[in-house]
Design a binder for this molecule. Structure first.
Ligand code: 0O2
Length: 268
């Protein structure tokens, strides 16, 4: 296959990775903006390197004409979650999407691979609009916790280093650390609600502060310098108390004052 052909073949996959990464990142943002916990912690995406595609073709006896029909992970999205419970939520969320059609699912969490690899895989159909019209392609979505991702990343590097022939001793260590990762995920699940509460409170406080600062900025146009200096001092004082309830009360009071100015300017 000519190099130019590779570029044409990979183009829609690049677009799919860009679009899906953007869409999942936007979901995270929507959750944070509304002060909700996001089951998705982070999203990564990549198009498989040509050398890796060629390796896979060789390994699986796939001819170059069959690349797009037989290799399911040319486009890959990785969704990283904090807790195992989040994975189920993300899977549900993907099932409900109208722009994604599920082709296949592989649950390597309930049935880990012999290596110790754990992750939830979905092969999906996704349509991108190209110069030549719509193109429906396969994308692999891997969903895993941060702990699973840590293990898989390290193990993948070692597989690469030892060209799939990892020494027995290292293999045993990897196997032990895979068990430790299972334990870590379980321990984290035990304190999940506590952690989620803390993170939600942090997100909420950040939103209240952003709203207050926005209101203060808008008020500068209408209120006197003296009043603004007073409001600003009060804000810094309340902020330093590190008390969310006080901040919320201040937020409400400030909104009432700002509303007063708005009514006044309409009346004038
Ligand atoms: P890369 O470099 O990540 O793209 P196969 O690839 O033959 O094992 P299959 O049927 O193509 O199997 O898909 P499977 O088993 O669901 O695995 C697809 C991808 O999952 C792999 O892609 C890896 O990214 C990841 N994966 C699967 N098994 C393991 C494992 O034991 N360890 C690690 N670290 N990752 C794994 P590629 O093409 O192998 O690699």
């Amino acid at each position: 296959m000519e190099i130019q052909m590779w570029r044409e073949i990979l183009n829609p996959y690049e677009l799919a990775v860009e679009e899906l990464t953007c869409k999942f990142n936007h979901l995270i943002k929507e959750h944070h903006d509304r002060g909700f916990y996001s089951s998705i912690e982070r999203v990564e995406g990549r198009v498989k390197a040509i050398s890796s595609i060629l390796d896979k073709c060789q390994k699986k006896g796939i001819s170059l004409d069959e690349v797009t029909t037989k290799i399911e992970d040319i486009a890959g999205i990785r969704i990283i979650c904090q807790f195992v419970e989040d994975i189920e939520r993300v899977v549900e969320l993907i099932h409900k999407r109208s722009d994604i059609e599920i082709k296949q699912e592989k649950d390597y969490i309930n049935a880990p691979k012999n290596t110790g690899y754990r992750s939830y895989h979905m092969i999906i159909w996704y349509t991108v609009e190209t110069m030549d019209g719509p193109k429906r392609i396969m994308v692999e979505i891997q969903i895993r916790t941060m702990a699973m991702n840590f293990w898989a990343t390290v193990e993948h590097s070692l597989q690469y280093k030892y060209k799939m022939h990892i020494p027995k001793e290292i293999e045993e260590r990897l196997s032990k650390s895979a068990e430790a990762i299972v334990m870590l995920d379980k321990e984290m699940s035990q304190v999940r609600l506590e952690i989620m509460d803390a993170q939600n409170a942090f997100q909420h406080q950040a939103k209240v502060v952003a709203d207050i600062l926005n209101t203060i900025q808008n008020m500068y146009r209408v209120a006197s310098t003296r009043e603004m200096a007073k409001i600003q001092d009060e804000f810094y004082q309340i902020y330093s108390m590190n008390n969310l309830e006080q901040l919320e009360r201040f937020h409400k009071q400030l909104d009432t004052i700002a509303e007063g100015y708005r009514t006044q300017s309409i009346d004038e």
